[in-house]
Design a protein. Structure first.
Length: 394
């Protein structure tokens, strides 16, 4: 007799044999160091890009000053019922003001944001044109929508233009969907060019996810759209609070009509408990101080340049133009061996494997943070140089 669970057991066994089995790592954190399997290492795999999640002084300052409703640890309701606390509407006003846009709307997470916006704003008369490498949460949003979707080759804007040319007469609404800094390659979309492109066709809207850029890029930390001076041209400018901002949640800045439409139709906003006021108050505290964090942004930019140039000078390709720096290895088992070797040298770097990245492009993904020290990066560069020289001898 076969066991009901045989299918799951066999699938897991296949993953194990391919070296693709995932497990939840047991880890402990001490500032920017992480302890796993008895080893304490520099954490090169976190999204704490500005080093705010490890800044206990800043967090204590916030906790000392927070009072009233903002101290609550649960909102106990959806925002459409009793969960719409002033911390949240205050944060939205703050964001709309900073971005100089009509409106902003806050969500429980980036996953809620990306799985909710496209299903709400699209229907069978909508075409979605999405970059091949957009985040899984955007893909899931596309799957939940009634729209037709075509994915264009990564950053192939000539192909995108051909698609717009071909389809703009057939669909009243078309969405171009992209990230600004891409999660796995760290390369950057030319948003100003996309704004210019979408303006040439009627009914085309631009949806940009700045999850990896908010806080990190732009003169006041508002992301790549600020850096490329095109905030006003992006219809849905999205980002998340769980990475550089060291909090939780996500936002879109947009026109008021879009905000109102989302409040009426977006299921991942309507049918979920709002974020706890305390978390939202912390996000607001960080957002208020973002413009003043230029030192952290510059430091991150400097060490990122250092690592990217070291990888290039060792003869490897590196498409990154940011603090997310992939080191492409190829086969999953090799990537796992190399990650393990670097961990033994005190660098907590993780292999990224299919299905997160395409088959045959398993990699190490270095994610730098502003609180890393220059000598630490120098040591990492030495390890990678040795690897390039000696094959897998990291
Ligand atoms: C991390 C990430 C998300 C998900 O955000 P969460 O707040 O962690 O749910 C969405 N989009 C991109 C591009 C991301 O990197």
């Amino acid at each position: 007799m076969t066991d009901t669970y045989d299918y799951y057991k066999e699938t897991l066994q296949t993953l194990r044999e391919r070296g693709d089995l995932r497990r939840l790592p047991d880890v402990e954190h001490t500032g920017r160091r992480i302890t796993a399997s008895g080893r304490t290492m520099l954490n090169l795999s976190s999204n704490d890009y500005l080093g705010l999640a490890t800044d206990t002084v800043l967090q204590q300052e916030f906790l000392d000053g927070v009072g009233g409703e903002d101290r609550l640890l649960s909102s106990s309701s959806s925002r459409l019922l009793t969960g719409n606390f002033t911390a949240c509407t205050g944060l939205e006003h703050l964001l709309a003001g900073l971005f100089r846009r009509e409106a902003a709307l806050v969500f429980s997470s980036g996953y809620h944001m990306n799985t909710g916006i496209l299903p709400a704003l699209t229907d069978a008369h909508t075409l979605i044109l999405a970059d091949k490498l957009v985040h899984a949460s955007i893909i899931d949003g596309i799957r939940l929508s009634a729209a037709r979707c075509i994915r264009f080759r990564h950053q192939d804007y000539a192909q995108l233009e051909r698609l717009l040319e071909q389809y703009h007469g057939q669909y009243p609404r078309i969405f171009i969907v992209t990230e600004s800094i891409f999660s796995m390659d760290g390369d950057i979309a030319p948003l100003a060019r996309l704004v210019e492109l979408k303006r040439r066709y009627p009914g085309v809207m631009l949806y940009v996810d700045e999850a990896h850029a908010i806080g990190v890029r732009g003169r006041t930390g508002l992301g790549i759209a600020e850096e490329q001076d095109c905030i006003g041209g992006v219809d849905l400018l999205c980002g998340t609070f769980g990475k550089a901002l060291a909090s939780v949640g996500a936002y879109v800045v947009c026109d008021e009509v879009i905000r109102q439409f989302l409040i009426n139709r977006m299921r991942t906003l309507i049918f979920t408990t709002a974020l706890p006021p305390l978390n939202v108050a912390w996000t607001r505290y960080v957002v208020e101080r973002l413009a003043g964090m230029t030192d952290r942004r510059e430091r991150l930019a400097d060490i990122s340049t250092l690592l990217r140039e070291a990888i290039r000078s060792s003869g490897m390709d590196c498409v990154s133009d940011s603090h997310i720096i992939p080191y492409i290895i190829g086969a999953s088992p090799d990537a796992m061996l190399k990650a393990d070797a670097l961990q033994r040298h005190g660098f907590y770097v993780l292999p990224v494997r299919p299905p997160t990245v395409p088959e045959g492009t398993s990699r190490l993904r270095f994610s730098l943070t502003a609180d890393m020290e220059r000598p630490e990066i120098d040591e990492l560069v030495r390890c990678l140089r040795d690897d390039a020289k000696n094959g897998d001898g990291i």
